[in-house]
Design a protein around this ligand. Sequence first.
Ligand code: ADP
Ligand code: MG
Length: 259
Amino acid sequence: MITLESVGKVIKGDSVLEDISFDIHPKELVCITGPSGSGKSTILHLLIGAEEATSGKIIIDGVELRSLPPTALQLFRRRVGVVFQDYKLLWNQTVAENVAFPLEVCGIPQKMISKRVEAVLSDLGLLRKAKTMTSALSAGEKARTAIARAIVHNPMILLADEPTGNLDAEESAMMINLLQLINKNGTTVVLATHDMSIVDQLQTRTLVLNNGKLVLDSSDGQINTVEKEFSKEDRRIPLEKASLDTEGGKRIKIVATQS
Ligand code: ADP
Ligand code: MG
């Protein structure tokens, strides 16, 4: 369904992705993880054709993205749903208007749009919020609205970039359950997150990036842990970087030594 063949991406002279190859099969749920700056978002940008690979090939549903003329690329994008980290909702519009938007772009008749929007809002427990401005929603409701908008047109692929970044533990677990449910209903789901607790919760195939390289492709999301000792006073290692090793895609467990 999604194939990357030796993909490289250079941005402003910097190599951001290097020699990335993987296959994602139809109906798979795949996590992409790695420290901040490792290239997760860049991969998602390439998959929606928002950016072009500098080298290598990206083939989605049998079509090489680079070969698509702009109009065909637009049609392709309609088959992909995206949840952005900051959700990119239209904040001065209602929940229903936000969710209707992808269908309006596709030129679907208004009557069908209303029915479909109502069904999706009902599925996501947002029906009561249909006429609420998205700016007035709670964090969890914003996240669910972003999901509703991403799946309202029944995409074959759902891409989610750090969808739990702004959520507390309970809302975050709910978000992950939703993504699992959408996947069970037949959508291929690719989830980028630096949060290892999400990887642990999902127990699904996980691609680990580091410095723009694919360092591990774990079929069950089990990532080996190496323990490293640091004194409590040693604050040189930022926690986010410490969650994954710089080599081999191993997780580092910080163990405080007695001092
Ligand atoms: P992640 O999502 O894993 O945090 P990104 O894919 O956003 O990582 O970024 C990977 C690297 O590419 C980072 O070093 C980032 O600074 C760089 N990068 C991404 N987009 C741009 C851009 N538009 N201009 C300059 N550098 C960029
Ligand atoms: Mg990112």
